[in-house]
Design a binder for this molecule. Structure first.
Ligand code: NAD
Length: 467
């Protein structure tokens, strides 16, 4: 089978959108091209004394805004085409949600589950060192974050390596998704999944759109299937469940679970953590063929594992009314047109999983301003609200209960502020996409690309690069 050409797939979406725009061909070519890719190889001394050559990449797809931004993927499948495609998606994603970064992505070709923590640490630190040497990393240059196979642990190693080599007041802003104690921000771990929840809520709250696909309004009672119970899939499922949706299916690497009554995803995640697999979960029905779970009947299907999961081969058998793309590039462009013809509402990756980069943006601002959100004004707001409640009591003669005073008078924590910024970003962007889709009489993915290309084109034109 020919290798999957991910960047070509992204560019097919780009070309489809560009066809409805009157932007000069040369400028479109510049927006589409990947500005630079750095391929590194370096040796890893393994714990058993042997030496292995490690391959890593970092692509800066578009430097129309600086710094560039994008996660680092740790997986055996990582290759240059994949990193470039993911970097391009970052450019368009940041533009869709108006986060002022160019798009980048990194990848290290290892299967982290086969390496000890100290081996992964050595790989991460050496990768960071190589990027710093070529000026590919820094708060104003390129700022990585976690992606598939990496987490706050790796980000803390990147920060430490950067700070040991670069003397800069703003060094904390060289990477996001860090642990809170290392300059991270409340809500970043949950951000992508929580953003998916906000996006799906906005979609499901629209009466006209729900009627068009034969669904009732709201998330309550919606049956959801999730592929990949990692960072993105787990938090999306968790918040959807909290809002009354029923998680009927989970597809993981070693199989899937289906349960009409609903799956407790927290419990299932714990089971996977303890045993290393979804197998032998005591509840629901175990399904050996993981990919078949994607084809089971549901209202919302959330692919949250890897790219190219919904293809021309299985798109005709997808039995969902809505596809909420948690992963990057889960639907091939051929599958996308089949789904469109079948009337499935596809909420595209470059919008729906943008919660992660949105909260990364907040973290970067926090790092550059050297102050936690809410630190200056939380107590002030609490006191102002208490005085207001007292004035209302004095005027009306009514008394608020202790509970009400605590609830109404509470000043916002960092989490509250981040969450409100995330919700606002996801809701505003969804409305903008709907409006663009209406204006161009098209679907949400095409609307997202149209909107992104227009925004990047304006940046280039205003910089005077294309006078
Ligand atoms: P993760 O490593 O935390 O989790 C991925 C999960 O998918 C794992 O549980 C893994 O076992 C499972 N998986 C892998 N292959 C599978 C398969 N074929 N079938 C079923 N399950 C499979 O990764 P993540 O951070 O959750 O990222 C998932 C996707 O979301 C990726 O495409 C990533 O690029 C994208 N994404 C991540 C973020 C983020 O903030 N982490 C932000 C935006 C987009």
């Amino acid at each position: 089978m020919a290798a999957y050409q991910f960047f070509k797939q992204v560019n097919k979406n780009f070309d489809r959108a560009a066809a409805s725009l009157t932007i000069e061909k040369g400028l479109l070519g510049q927006i589409k091209a990947c500005n630079s890719t750095y391929h590194i190889t370096f040796p890893l001394r393994k714990d058993d004394g042997s030496v292995e050559v490690i391959h890593g990449w970092r692509s800066a797809h578009s430097v129309h805004k600086m710094p560039t931004k994008g996660g680092i993927r740790y997986a055996l499948e990582v290759n240059e085409d994949e990193v470039t495609a993911l970097a391009a998606l970052m450019t368009y994603k940041c533009a869709v949600v108006s986060v002022p970064f160019g798009g980048a992505k990194g990848g290290i070709r290892i299967n982290p589950s086969k390496y000890s923590a100290s081996e992964i640490e050595r790989v991460t630190r050496r990768y960071t060192f190589e990027l710093i040497k070529k000026n590919f990393l820094g708060p104003g240059v390129d700022v990585p974050a976690p992606d598939y196979g990496s987490s706050s642990r790796e980000m803390a190693w990147i920060l430490d390596t950067y700070q040991s080599m670069v003397d800069s007041l703003d060094s904390e802003g060289c990477v996001t998704g860090k642990p809170i104690e290392q300059g991270g921000i409340s809500g970043r771990t949950e951000a992508t999944g929580r953003g998916i929840y906000f996006g799906l809520k906005e979609a499901c709250d629209n009466k006209k759109d729900m009627e068009a696909i034969g669904l009732t309004v709201g998330l309550e009672g919606k049956r959801v299937i999730v592929q990949g119970l990692g960072n993105v899939g787990y938090f999306a499922a968790h918040y959807l469940r909290e809002a009354g949706a029923i998680i009927t299916g989970v597809a993981e690497v070693h199989g899937g679970i289906f349960d009409d009554k609903g799956i407790d995803v927290g419990k299932l995640r714990e089971h996977i953590r303890e045993t290393g697999s979804i197998r032998e979960y005591p509840e629901g029905r175990f399904i050996e063929e993981s990919a078949s779970v994607l084809e089971m009947e549901c209202d919302i299907l959330i692919p949250a594992a890897l790219e190219n999961q919904i293809t021309a081969e299985n798109a005709g058998r997808i039995n969902a009314k809505i596809i909420g793309e948690g992963a990057n590039g889960p639907t091939s462009s051929e599958a996308d047109s089949i789904l469109r013809e079948r009337g499935v509402l596809v909420i595209p990756d470059i919008y729906l999983n943008a919660g992660g980069v949105t909260v990364s943006y907040f973290e970067w601002i926090k790092n550059l301003s050297h102050i936690r959100f809410g630190r200056m004004d939380r107590r002030y707001e609490e006191n102002a609200m208490t005085r207001l409640l007292e004035a209302i009591e004095a005027l009306t003669g009514e008394h608020f209960s202790e509970h009400d005073i605590k609830r109404i008078g509470k000043g916002p924590s960092e989490w509250d502020i981040v969450d409100s910024g995330l919700e606002d970003t996801m809701v505003t962007a969804y409305q903008m996409l709907r409006e663009t889709a209406r204006k161009y009489d098209t679907d949400l993915r095409n609307a997202a690309y149209i909107s992104a290309i227009k925004k990047v084109a304006i940046s280039y034109e205003q910089m005077g690069i294309f006078p």
